[in-house]
Design a protein around this ligand. Sequence first.
Ligand code: 3H9
Length: 705
Amino acid sequence: MLPRKEEPPVSNPVLMEVVDDIAVIAIANPPVNALSHAVRSGLDAAFAEIARRDDVKAVVIYGTDRTFIAGADIREFGKPPQEPFLPDLINRIEACVVPVVAALHGTALGGGLEVALGAHYRVAVPNARFGLPEVTLGILPGAGGTQRLPRLAGVEFALEAITSGRQISADEALKAGVIDRISDTSDVREMGLTYARELVASGATPRRTSELSPVPVAAEVFDAARTRLAKKARGQLAPQNCIKAVEGATRLSFAEGLANERALFQELMESDQRAALIHAFFAERQVAKVPEIKDVAPRTIDQIGVIGGGTMGAGIAVSALLAGLQVTLIERDADAVARAEANVSKTLQGSVKRGKLSQENYDAIMGGTFRASDDYATLAEADVVIEAVFESMEVKKDVFTKLDAICKPGAILASNTSYLDVNEIAAMTSRPEDVIGLHFFSPAHVMRLLEIVVADKTAPEVTATGFALAKRLKKVAVRAGVCDGFIGNRILSHYRKAGDGAVLAGASPFEVDRALVNFGLAMGPYAVSDLAGLDIGWATRKRLAPTRDPREVYAEFADRLCEAGHFGRKTGKGFYVYGEEGQVPNDEVLEHIAMERAAKGIAARKISEQEIVDRYMAAMVNEAARVVEEGIALRPLDVDVTLLNGYGFPRWRGGPMQYADTVGLDKILADIERFAQEDDFLWQPASLLKRLVAEGKTFADLNNA
Ligand code: 3H9
């Protein structure tokens, strides 16, 4: 017998009450009503009881608090599965002999939507959202979703929804036949009861989706999806298995289709890709858990100031405007103000075109929410000012001196520097506790990563405000300590050197790019530096020249390109030539490299694709281990989140630290020691890496410590 709602035991997340002749099942498993073992058991018991009773004429299932069910409990993945299994439970719900209504609000995702598809009728509030996002976790809907959705909404709709994992609005779900009606009743329990009463009154019977036949589609539909996803989701198993499962729905009986879905699901559950994608999911949530700001309230943020209206400053301004904040942008004179206004307006118009911003909101922004000025005094009331001027300590110091004189007490003074010492910048002000680094990535209104650089004197309240601002801007924030390049750029400069080392040893930059793109990176490192502008890396190398260790082998071929005025895409030539036929390798680079090898006495050898990847990853992981050891990153997962969201690292590999755990830290260490024998000073194993290998531990052990 299930507990009654009046006297619920605290631990039971499923409560049933019978209202007149309708059984109402409430799921209360905060925060997102995930289908944990206790929830599955509770639902199973509820349906067993309904089957025993003859006074129940209909059933309503709903979620309490903010949502219906957000899916299977991902925390249970990787542990031994416990009965009742979700597919069996949903079959049991569907087999119920009286109509079952799913009353939906919040998000019905994954296993949550599968429960709803197992119900006989579905009603939702207007702002409810639906989806089968399993593919984003490296799996597929494994509780009948790949069999029921094509039967209910059509094969092509289901194929697209399942392989993309995207969220679907209530309107779209209604149109596609996923739900039966939208109701604006504010009480979701009442909404379900009203529908159930109507069904009982009209004598409606159960409607089982499994009994429908999917409308057949041509085999080419699946072939086209396979080809498209082989390209778009290169290297990924889950999208391909999703296609096979949906295809199964069109040629197998329901029961056989479910068995096929199960086998494909199990295959994915055992894959490294599943482990990596779920690691990424949790890492992106854990990264906001920063001990020093636990229980620290952030300051209020309404007005933002931005100094500098170039690509970065305008991108930051747009990001804040799209989040509904007031923005004042400062440029040095009237012409620069006009250019900055044009930059911001153009980017916002792009958002209007893509449907991300209404014309009305655009007009409101340009009519007053945004203003640009050449007068620092207009920043007097700003809550946070973000400096995004030229990357020079002198220029930055000048800006911070002015800000210190003008900004109100309690205003946060932030620098968007990507390398420079935030302690030195803070020391220019009378309020170093209010100074912080907010390192955005270009284009700032698109890229999700924000490095929050905490200087020695930054107050915890200021750090907490940085995280609160990131959340408002819908960014993933990572806490970083002060060092040259913080987390991301510091690691980048190291693995770039490993790329250069592979080139000096015998690979071409194009082979390095190809190997890493095949590994899964969005772009190879040389194509990326062409995009960023070769002059940027050149300036950094010159700045760091005095501190460079003489034992390090310094690759000069990129400098030769810069000396010839080739800065990459912006000058039409860099490692590649950019012309009408797209991007083609620049053969001049090979001449520079050949000359450099000759001067250094290096005999080029064939470097395999695997060796390129091994070198690159070993350098990345090694420097990342130092970054963790020095406390620049709080945990290995912070490095993973940084590389995934700012540096195009393939999500399905989980980030460099997750990758290292997967291949084994002993293998990474052995690679480093092997390269050290033939190579240069770059290959000094990090002591953290050596210690973890000696203790038989992983980076994941540090995440969980
Ligand atoms: C599945 O269903 C497989 C089936 O097909 C087959 C099975 C046989 N499990 O994101 P938030 C936690 S696969 C466990 O910050 P929001 C999350 O870690 C699943 N925990 O909130 C966080 O914990 P903490 C398919 C979960 O409002 C807290 O809840 N479903 C789960 O920004 C709040 O989360 C999905 O992929 C879960 N399923 O966004 C949906 N979900 O507070 C995954 C969340 O300790 N979830 N948590 O950091 C989401 O997309 C978002 O969480 C959601 C809410 C949109 C629901």
